[in-house]
Design a protein around this ligand. Structure first.
Ligand SMILES: Cc1cc2nc3c(=O)[nH]c(=O)nc-3n(C[C@H](O)[C@H](O)[C@H](O)COP(=O)(O)OP(=O)(O)OC[C@H]3O[C@@H](n4cnc5c(N)ncnc54)[C@H](O)[C@@H]3O)c2cc1C
Length: 843
């Protein structure tokens, strides 16, 4: 309503202003031209339509003088631009020269990262006019009967045998039977094709398995994720020689081999392409024969599964100083598979990642000599290691961490919703206090967003996409949201979350959060450098085309393609500026949405942000060029806007995939409002920090002509959202589907659900005791067991009712109680000095 009033006022004001230069007819003319720009016509169609409009405008009484003259000059210019040969020699060629000088240099590794994967819905969001059908037409991800049976069978069995306190505090490892199950029942073979004995699961099934394990044990989930992520199996699948595949894949599938993947070292972390580890082509002895092979020297750290690995996927830089292979001396990053027992390798010691003792440790190699056919893909793939890694990361990064984090968040919501119902203070379940509701609602909204992102993107992978930019967005945002959900779960649980011991079901998940934040591209780097840095070039409809054309060695072809891209780009930018302004002014009320009903407005807002974002990106790239890469604060904020649009789209699609249940609408609304608000704030932050203040002011006028109109989810909405998970509702079931919540003695998730259901059922009885007993003075005891006895004695409750209440109280207190220890039970018997002395030398 306010939007419509403002739009009307703007129209009236504009009409008044133009009376000075020709009246309402001028306003109509300008509106028609803006409409053409909004509709994004081709240059020729625009020029022809503009000619007709101008002719009509002139004959209808356009004011004479400079205004009319300018319009005719503009028309002449437009016609000239349609003459491509003229345009190329007068504009494109000179511009191309300047463009080439400004074009930032790009290393081979950067180029390979850019070219990895496919462009999917992320590309649509860069257009300013996303075509929803491309997203909505995709089939919802589904599990095959075989995949479902795996989740209900071996996965359930594994979860049952995991006791996180025993694993983290007493054993510092998984129990042997869990290792056995992981290795022999296919947990390490989810991505290995069936013909090699693997499970060949869909990306969605793979994600569901990890999410379920993670809801039970972060330690087991970390161990299980790695063999299915970037590592030997994945690399062999895509790049291995037939001999390598035939040898290793069945062994990996059976669990005869345990893989690890070693890239990171003490000197190369985030800047992984700078690894100093070397593989020198030379002659050496191998199994009694002299052969040409590789002499490897390396020092790696933080390598998951290294202490127990039997085969190491090793990344190193390969050199051929004596040109034994006949080509370059600096061959580049290469990946090889090295058996653990190869002479020269030191392996087996462990790091201790934040009290969650999944297997992780350093590996060193000194003068390790191996044959050349240890290189994955053989010598043909020597030097292609970086491309292999980034290509595989575009899929793996969408699955491992997003799935593990989402599984843990679902478990957190499941537990917290129930706990907030059974834990009462001030005679009220804590989940009914507004302040707690707000926090629970945030947990629910974020978890829904995470689940939507991971499942819809996994579905896209199963449809053939390798979404490299979404993989970075998911990695960053899902793990950051997981961190927030973990913090919130701890707050709602109070001291119960803090006291470590067998009864604590939250703390290890909370402790391990920074691991997800750090691995597979640490989050600061991912947000500041990768999401937008890669996305801007990879997804933009014109930028990569322009760059490729500019560098085309065939000059004539390059100029021709550059010319098309450049003028397409100019029209695109103008159109997005107009679209941004009009949609911002009308609050996207007249924008087409692909669905009707309560969610339609969110689709409209995403389109509006898409236009504003695309316009801001073009201004930033045009004016800051290579400097934008250094201005990490700006690119991070643009990346946030892109991610918010992406995740909001995932939320809407996820809701449709689940059959658009009406009951979930408050959660969808919470998630979309949160993301749109965040998108607004980040776009605003971008404008506030944009170095050219005059341009920032122009952009602000076109992007936020009505100011900042989006607000964060409110208290009433939070109340509705929190109510969905603090009682047993279908929405709670849907949101937390797939976690390990079987009702059994050692599973807090099952027990919490049981207690919550009892709380709901017994609420009328408890109320009766309060009203008829406590308020009348017949019941004076201060604790519930005493009150139950007195109520029974006073005839307020029956024997059966009293028994049910006692059972409820016992079960609830079992969950609320925490552990305590004798002093001597805490601490370890370790000898730290002796351990330090035995530590091997690390380069
Ligand atoms: C538990 C665990 C398991 C792991 N498993 C493996 C494994 O199996 N195999 C393997 O090869 N590696 C593994 N790693 C390594 C992991 O990928 C690296 O830790 C990660 O790449 C970051 O490197 P770093 O820790 O040395 O941090 P650094 O590179 O030292 O970075 C420090 C901080 O600076 C930030 N930063 C760096 N550059 C930039 C930039 N340009 N812009 C903004 N911020 C920046 C980072 O984001 C980070 O926050 C693991 C790490 C951990 C902790």
């Amino acid at each position: 309503m306010i939007g419509a009033i403002i739009a009307l006022l703007v129209v009236v004001a504009a009409a008044y202003a133009v009376t000075q230069i020709g009246g309402v007819i001028t306003l109509l003319f300008v509106a028609a031209v803006l409409f053409l720009a909004y509709r994004r016509l081709s240059l020729l169609v625009f020029t022809v339509t503009f000619t007709v409009l101008l002719a009509l405008y002139t004959t209808a009484g356009a004011p004479a003088g400079i205004w009319k003259g300018l319009l005719w000059v503009l028309l002449a210019g437009l016609w000239l631009l349609n003459l491509r040969p003229l345009r190329k020699s007068l504009i494109t060629r000179p511009f191309l020269g300047a463009y080439l000088r400004l074009l930032p240099s790009m290393s081979q590794t950067e180029r390979e990262a850019l070219e990895a994967g496919t462009v999917w819905w992320d590309g649509e969001l860069f257009t300013g006019a996303p075509q929803w059908q491309k997203l909505l037409a995709a089939r919802p991800p589904r599990l095959s009967p075989e995949e479902q049976a795996f989740l209900d069978g071996p996965c359930e069995e594994l979860c049952r045998m995991l006791d996180e306190w025993h694993i983290t505090h007493e054993r510092a490892d998984l129990p042997p039977e869990a290792w056995q199950l992981l290795k022999t029942r296919g947990f390490f073979a989810m991505i290995i094709p069936k013909k090699y004995g693997g499970m060949e699961f869909s990306a969605y099934a793979h994600s569901c398995v990890l999410a379920k394990i993670s809801s039970r044990s972060p330690t087991a989930a970390s161990n299980a994720a790695v063999p299915n992520s970037l590592g030997p199996a994945e690399l062999l699948n895509h790049y291995g020689t037939e001999a390598q595949k035939n040898y290793y894949l069945p062994r990996l599938a059976r669990g005869d081999e345990v893989p690890c993947f070693a890239l990171t070292g003490p000197r190369a972390g985030s800047d992984a392409a700078s690894i100093p580890d070397t593989g020198i082509v030379c002659r050496g002895m191998w199994q009694g024969e002299e052969i040409v092979g590789l002499r490897l020297n390396f020092s790696k750290r933080y390598i998951t599964l290294a202490p127990v690995a039997t085969v190491i996927g090793l990344a190193f830089r390969m050199f051929d100083p004596d040109k034994l292979l006949g080509g370059k001396t600096d061959i580049g990053i290469t990946v090889a598979l090295i058996p653990r027992n190869t002479p020269g390798i030191t392996i087996g010691r462990r790091h201790f990642p934040l009290n969650v003792p999944f297997q992780n440790g350093p590996i060193q190699g000194r003068d390790v000599f191996v044959p050349l056919d240890f290189i994955i893909g053989g010598t043909a793939m020597a030097g292609s290691g970086w491309r292999m890694l980034v290509e595989q990361l575009s899929v793996g990064r969408c699955i491992s961490l997003p799935s593990n984090t989402t599984g843990a968040a679902k478990a957190g919501v499941w537990a917290t919703g129930a706990y907030a119902r059974i834990r009462s203070q001030f005679n009220t379940p804590v989940g009914r206090f507004e302040g707690v509701e707000t926090v629970i609602a945030r947990m629910v909204g974020l978890t829904y967003t995470m689940d939507a992102g991971r499942s819809v993107t996994a579905g896209a992978i199963d449809g053939g996409e390798k979404p490299s930019v979404p993989s970075a967005m998911l990695k960053y945002h899902v793990t950051e949201m997981g961190r927030q959900v973990g913090n919130d779960a701890m707050d709602v649980h109070g001291g119960k979350g803090i006291m470590l011991g067998p009864r604590n079901y939250l703390a290890r998940g909370y402790q391990v959060t920074p691991v997800a934040i750090t691995v597979e591209g640490a989050n600061l780097l991912t947000r500041n450098l990768i999401i937008f840095g890669q996305g801007a070039i990879r997804c933009h409809p014109f930028v990569l085309r322009e760059m490729t054309a500019a560098r085309d060695p065939d000059r004539a072809k390059g100029v021709d393609e550059f010319d098309r891209a450049l003028f397409g780009h100019i029209g695109f930018t103008i159109s997005n500026a107009v679209r941004s302004f009009i949609m911002a002014l009308t609050h996207a009320r007249f924008t087409r949405a692909p669905v009707a009903g309560e969610t339609a407005r969110f689709y409209q807002h995403i389109v509006r942000f898409s236009a504003s974002f695309a316009f801001a990106v073009d201004v930033a790239m045009l004016t800051l060029s290579g400097y934008l890469k250094k201005k990490e604060g700006l690119s991070a904020r643009l990346g946030d806007v892109l991610s918010c649009m992406y995740l909001a789209s995932m939320v809407l699609k996820h809701h449709l995939n689940q059959g658009a249940p009406e009951e979930d609408l408050p959660v969808v609304e919470w998630a979309c409002r949160n993301l749109l608000y965040h998108a607004q704030e980040q776009l605003h932050g971008f404008l506030r920090n944009f170095p050219n203040r005059a341009l920032a002011a122009v952009m602000r006028g076109l992007i936020f002509p009505r100011g900042l109109v989006y607000s964060a989810p409110g208290d009433r909405l939070a109340h509705r959202v929190a109510a969905l998970v603090t009682a047993s509702t279908p929405a709670r079931e849907r949101l937390c589907a797939g976690i390990y919540r079987t009702l059994e003695p050692n599973n807090p998730l099952g027990l919490l659900e049981e207690a919550m259901v009892l709380a709901e059922q017994l609420e009328p009885l408890l109320k009766r005791i309060r009203v008829e007993g406590v308020k009348t003075g017949k019941v004076t005891a201060l604790d519930l067991p005493g009150q139950i006895s007195q109520a029974l004695g006073a005839g307020i409750v029956s024997e059966t009712e009293a028994a049910a209440l006692r059972d409820y109280d016992r079960k609830t207190m079992d969950l609320i109680n925490v552990d305590d220890f004798a002093s001597e039970e805490l601490g370890t018997q370790a000898q730290p000095i002796a351990a330090a002395q035995s530590r091997p030398h690390v380069a």
